[in-house]
Design a binder for this molecule. Structure first.
Ligand code: SF4
Ligand code: SF4
Length: 562
């Protein structure tokens, strides 16, 4: 018998199971005693109690009636005690779970709620009982310890301290000790029985009940929330505690200091000047128009190409940017970039707890986009995609935004891109990794697969964990900028899964995933067996484009990284 790694039992489970067993036995015996006296013509339908009643029929009726009376009262008593116990056992979940489902957050899962009136706020994030919303308190109480949130959690599967179920039970225990019906000295024992981690009224939430390692290990991949049957939202809780650490205490991993400084001074996590944002365009023969010039000339574009910080500055991801630009040119899509006017969307800052910086950057981006009256945006970065789609509306930015995989698959379906059947950029099996902020958070699963499947000579091979049950690359939530010092490396775990498909190409659709997988492949020493290519690179590398002499050729070839 294989015991699932997510299964965990406690004294509470034993008590509940004992109650259920005793109640069942009492019920069957009660029925058997009745049948033995009454000789009910329907008795045979009671398939457990009937055979028992046949044995009991030999006893005197007076004795049977007395036993029935005693058993009835003991059954009633057990039921009453069990109902009382339900209030402080996990068996409360049919009630709290139902309430948790009814009062679930109806906003998009990829949207974190902003801190309102940031300038005037006196408390930031979650550091104590008073900082939770009533819905968060209700959700924490609804946890049924099922462990489904662990099934696809990258930190759990790589041996890190963060286990989303434990996190919720820690918070629930903390809340119960301070404000629950069993708060106070007597109640602490009861809360410990229910949550296994009764926190003790003197322990602080952050650093006492929930460790800072748990708070910073999260990649915000959302796999826990996707799986939770009662819609408990772990990521907003973690982001709330990060906010408190960053904005109130100034405590965060040292690697983030430079990132925050760069974001504040330069508008990107890197030490590049804004004027260098469009330097990648110098590598292209065909010019890439900027919005300022387009607006000045009175022309209009179909799409604003939001390049993103990694796509602009990171050498490896610039190749994706260039590939996408070639595709847009080849399909005749009229587009422009913001160039030096583009900034970070604020996604890494927000998910790393720096809400102040996140709002600053997002406001600046929305102002720029609104000034140009931008309507449609295409981006190759799912983090930018999610921020523009789900979080910019909080600040007055309303745009139609598509991920590049969606636009590419549309252009392919419309016949606006011609692929060379002899293209050799990728042959045979290609496996695709669903980026969390594209797939799980924004339900874009089919278009990237359609684009890959359209490639000549390519067979799409799925990894064991895919689509909404995909396994994170380890780079979200600001984790890409932090050291991974605990447990095994998440990116290498995912690279091993990709290798298990027998594919030689791991198709990515996110610059964060690209960076994590390039590292993971190098770290695992499998450079000779597996390479990572963005969907745009795969398609651009197979394009047929007209040449000056009237012939056609494949647009690009794969250049090994490094
Ligand atoms: S968001 Fe991802 S890493 Fe964080 S707790 Fe949930 S499953 Fe684990
Ligand atoms: S999936 Fe939800 S209910 Fe189940 S253990 Fe995790 S948080 Fe609790």
């Amino acid at each position: 018998v294989l015991r699932p790694v997510t299964l965990e039992s406690s004294a509470d489970d034993l008590v509940v199971l004992t109650f259920l067993l005793v109640l069942s036995v009492q019920g069957f015996v009660l029925q058997a005693l009745r049948l033995a006296v009454e000789r009910d013509p329907w008795a045979a339908w009671s398939f457990v109690s009937y055979p028992m009643s046949l044995v009991l029929q030999g006893l005197p009726e007076r004795l049977l009636r007395s036993l029935h009376l005693v058993n009835w009262w003991s059954h009633m008593l057990t039921t009453t005690v069990f109902l009382a116990y339900v209030a402080f056992s996990k068996m409360i979940h049919p009630f709290t779970g139902l309430a948790s489902v009814v009062f679930r957050r109806l906003q998009p899962a990829g949207r974190l709620e902003p801190v309102e009136n940031l300038e005037e706020a006196e408390r930031f994030g979650i550091a104590g009982l008073q900082d939770f919303t009533w819905a968060q308190l209700l959700h924490a109480d609804a946890c049924m310890h099922c462990g489904r949130c662990l099934e696809y959690c990258p930190t759990f599967h790589t041996g890190k301290p963060l286990r989303p179920r434990d996190l919720i039970l820690e918070i629930a225990g903390y809340v119960a000790d301070r404000g629950g019906i069993f708060s106070g000295e007597l109640g602490q024992g009861m809360n410990t029985a229910r949550f296994r981690w009764g926190s003790g009224a003197e322990r602080e939430l952050i650093g006492g009940v929930v460790s800072t390692e748990e708070i910073w290990d999260c990649t915000t991949c959302g796999a826990c929330m996707e799986q939770c049957p009662v819609y408990i939202e772990h990521v907003p809780l973690i982001a709330g505690m990060r906010r408190n650490l960053v904005l109130e205490r100034g405590e965060f991993p040292g690697e983030l200091t430079g990132v925050f400084n760069n974001l504040e001074r330069l508008g990107s996590p890197y030490q590049f000047r804004p004027a260098q944002r469009a330097d990648w365009t110098k590598k292209l023969a065909q010019p890439v128009p900027e919005m300022a010039d387009v607006a000045a000339s009175g022309e209009e574009v179909e799409y604003l190409f939001w390049v993103g910080c990694l796509g602009s500055f990171d050498g490896r991801n610039q190749r994706t940017t260039i590939a996408l630009t070639r595709i847009l040119h080849a399909a005749g899509v009229r587009f422009a970039i913001l160039g030096h006017e583009e900034t970070c969307t604020g996604d890494p800052a927000r998910r790393a707890g720096n809400e102040y910086l996140a709002q600053l950057l997002a406001r600046q981006a929305v102002e720029t986009l609104n000034a140009y009256q931008v309507k449609r945006i295409v981006t190759a970065c799912p983090h930018c995609f999610n921020a523009i789609k789900n979080e910019f509306p909080q600040l007055g930015g309303h745009y139609e935004v598509v991920h590049h995989s969606q636009l590419i698959s549309e252009l392919l379906a419309q016949g606006r891109l011609r692929l060379d059947p002899d293209s050799a950029i990728a042959r045979g099996k290609v496996t695709y990794h669903d980026p969390c902020y594209l797939g799980r958070y924004n339900r874009v699963f089919d278009e990237p697969r359609a684009a890959i499947s359209a490639l000549p000579g390519v067979e799409l091979a799925e990894m064991r964990r895919n689509r909404s049950r995909s396994f994170c690359c380890g780079g979200g939530g600001g984790r890409m900028f932090m050291e991974e010092s605990r447990g095994r490396r998440i990116n290498q775990a995912r690279v091993a899964e990709a290798q298990a498909t027998g594919a030689e190409v791991l198709a990515a659709a996110c610059p964060f995933c690209m960076t994590m997988f390039e590292d993971g492949i190098r770290g695992a020493g499998v450079e000779g067996n597996l390479r990572v290519l963005d969907i745009a690179e795969l398609v651009a590398g197979s394009l047929v484009t007209p040449q000056e002499d009237g012939t056609t050729t494949a647009e690009g070839t794969y250049e090994p990284s490094g």
